[in-house]
Design a protein. Sequence first.
Length: 276
Amino acid sequence: MKFNYRRIFIPVTALFVISLFAYSFYWFPTGYTGTTKKGGEGLGCVCHGLQVNTPSVSVNINGPDSVPAGQTVNFRVSISHGPAITGGFNLASYLDTNSLHPVAGDTMVRRQDWELTHAHPKPFSNDTVSWIVRYTAPGAPGMDTLYATGNSTNNNLEADTSDQWNWSLNKTVRIYIPIGIINLSTVAGEYSLSQNYPNPFNPVTQIDFSVARTSDIKIRVFDILGNEIAVPVAQQMKPGKYRVDFNGSNLSSGTYFYSLMADGKTISTKKMLMIK
């Protein structure tokens, strides 16, 4: 009896092709990684039917621009517009270290291949859905970049062309070694910034400042052209009076400015002079 390979080969091949086609439109309700622009253009959420991103879908990464080495902070990934019934995301770090984690107890986010993604589709509210995630900066100073992809779906449990997705703008994070901050007092009636001492200085000077209430505080240093050259303080701080050392050993002699910011608002700016 002669075996008919054609009768077996054709149905198996057809089944394989159909499976590939179905897979390309498969919906991943428990999340997926490797879709961001990290390392190139990025795959995107093509599993949701549309092979191109939808610019009207807004995907954002919000959080601090600077993080002290080794410190853990929160970032928010949010999606707006599109079908806006349920959403999912993928978040990656350029440094690929053990930096991204779900918030403890959050069952809506999971970790896979050093990246974060949704564990379940999350419902939109007022045209927006978001997730809070944890980021731990590496122990050495440098620069990191966060990348995100988000999808906005109609929640019909299928990946079809009515689902829409987009990439976020890349989020650059500066990782720095903080100069020691001394808490002088736990009482402060208002925000204030004192004149640095000594002034002129070479190369270290002290900057005293007061925090009226728990706030995200920044002390920023600029050159005479307005270029930011250092951020000695960038963290949430409780009410009190503080002192921070600023080391200008890598700067040339000249006039510089420093400012106190609380929750993104500039409180005061002062001038200092370094003479080497």
